[in-house]
Design a protein around this ligand. Structure first.
Ligand SMILES: *Cc1c(COP(=O)(O)O)cnc(C)c1O
Length: 488
């Protein structure tokens, strides 16, 4: 399997190189040259364990590695650390070390990156740079902490993550990690990181000193591919529980931010998985809902801070990969659109691309709808979901109401409700005014009786190990300091 850039500047790239580089030198994203038809191959092995399906999928894409290496990496990433549970049509992806679905990708990425380094004969130290709207940062820190040959530097918007998310990051152990809050929003953090990746002078200077930068954001193909797994696993769960028959189509509803999770579902379909509709759910930052409605992507609007902070995003990076497919893999067209987005803040796609996207449905949910959905679902079914998942649930309901489509579905459930306890208690109308966020977790636990994930227990009693704030303009200096004075 070889990889190409969505913008045409790179082609015939090995998987290990694509994983190490993270982003193509032309600013584009790596995509597989073709999609292997996996469904036909594994549809009769539907009782495979999560690790086994992981192996089947990953080996199709990352062909630089031996089967033994991939098996080892998969086990190291997932065994006894991560599991996926289907319940009531919700695909719970948050049973991992950080209580959010990003663990699915970020437990695996360090393992494959370490191997990729060996394949590419790279002895340089690799610095993982990440901008996070809350969950990516912690998951990257967990995945990479104390992995030999790597350092991790995470930037988060100081006022744009929940207290629990912040505390998870600030208490991160490991001799190779650094966490910095920036005085700006997530898009500014992400732009700052992207700028450093695009700065060839900086990269050259670092390389000459034996240091490279790479990304853990969902643009890295080493993060995207492992996300395909849970759609296969979830589909087979539905079959095994006799909710559908093998070959039946399902719809998927995905709470979307950077477009990684839903793109993985689309890749699963390209590999044969019977998915009919992709329901792209946004919060009040409804750039994507408007896009699927009108074919116009317009980021020229204020970012709204919502109760689903991991989706407070105006530029969904991974959409570039879908645009590439929608244009019939036309890299010139993709490049043109991305240039327009960068310089004008808006682009509109061709009629042909629009038609290609007709199995995507976009809509959004506001806070009031999210609260009501959480409360109703809990009261009627005793099932508790978090605010992100609730966005997907509300939008799915809207879709069903407007179309009458009764196809069975999976809703991507992306975080433990405990991770956003205050929003959940607000939704359930539990009085918590006097409590701090950590007391709210306990109160929610008393109310619903659902176990608190281990990693969120006693978080407030842990020692804060990071205490750094910087302005957007100083992000680069922070990197230089982290690399070490001797480098400069
Ligand atoms: C990251 C995240 C999302 C959005 O996923 P994308 O792949 O960025 O679209 C949704 N919910 C939660 C809890 C997240 O952490």
């Amino acid at each position: 399997m070889r990889f190409i850039s969505t913008r045409g500047g790179e082609f015939d790239i090995s998987s290990s190189k694509a994983i190490i580089n993270g982003i193509s030198s032309d600013g584009g994203l790596y995509v597989p040259e073709e999609f292997p038809n996996l469904y036909e191959k594994i549809k009769n092995k539907k009782s495979l364990k999560y690790e086994e399906i992981s192996f089947e999928i990953i080996k199709e894409f990352f062909t630089d590695f031996t089967f033994e290496e991939i098996k080892f990496a998969v086990d190291k990433a997932y065994k006894n650390r991560f599991k996926v549970i289907e319940e009531n049509g919700f695909l719970e992806l948050y049973h991992g070390p950080t209580a959010a679905f990003k663990d699915a990708a970020l437990l695996f990425l360090p393992q494959i990156m370490k191997l990729a380094k060996e394949k590419e004969n790279i002895s340089d130290e690799i610095i993982i740079l990440a901008a996070t709207s809350g969950d990516t940062g912690k998951a990257a820190l967990e995945g990479f902490c104390d992995v030999d040959g790597f350092k991790v530097l995470v930037y988060y918007p100081n006022d744009g993550v929940s207290p629990v998310q912040k505390m998870q990051m600030l208490t991160q152990k490991g001799s190779n990690v650094k966490v910095v809050g920036i005085k700006g929003n997530f898009d500014e953090a992400q732009s700052g990181v992207k700028e450093m990746f695009g700065d060839n002078e900086l990269k050259k200077r670092m390389l000459s000193k034996g240091v490279r930068i790479s990304s853990a954001n969902s643009i890295n193909i080493g993060r995207l591919i492992p996300q395909i797994i849970y759609y296969y696993y979830g589909y087979f769960q539905l079959v095994n529980k006799q909710k559908i028959k093998l070959g039946d189509k399902i719809n998927v509803s995905v709470p979307t931010g950077n477009f990684g999770n839903i793109l993985a579902a689309y890749y699963a379909k390209e590999m044969g998985l019977p998915i009919a509709k992709f329901i792209c759910a946004s919060n009040e930052n409804k750039v994507l809902a408007d896009f699927f409605d009108e074919g116009i992507y317009d980021k020229r609007r204020e970012l709204i801070l919502t109760e689903s902070p991991s989706m407070d995003i105006l530029v969904s990076s991974n959409l570039e990969r879908l645009l590439f497919e929608a244009s019939g893999r036309d890299s010139n067209e993709t490049k043109k659109l991305m240039n327009e987005l960068e310089h004008k803040g808006v682009y509109s796609i061709s009629e042909k691309s629009k038609e290609f996207l007709n199995n995507f449905y976009g809509n959004y949910a506001n806070t009031k709808e999210v609260y009501k959905a959480i409360k109703d679902l809990y009261e009627k079914e005793g099932y508790l979901i978090d605010t992100h998942t609730a966005v997907a649930y509300v939008v799915l309901k809207k879709y069903i109401k407007s179309t009458g489509d009764t196809t069975p579905y999976l809703i991507s459930s992306t975080a433990s409700p405990y991770k956003f306890s205050r929003s959940i208690t607000n939704a359930l109308e539990i009085d918590t005014n006097e409590d701090n966020d950590f007391e709210v977790i306990k109160r929610l636990n008393k109310f619903c009786g659902i176990n608190i994930p281990t990693n969120l227990k006693n978080l407030d009693k842990k020692k804060v190990l990071h205490n750094n704030i910087c302005s957007v303009n100083d992000m680069r200096q922070v990197l230089e300091e982290f690399v070490g004075e001797n480098i400069w």
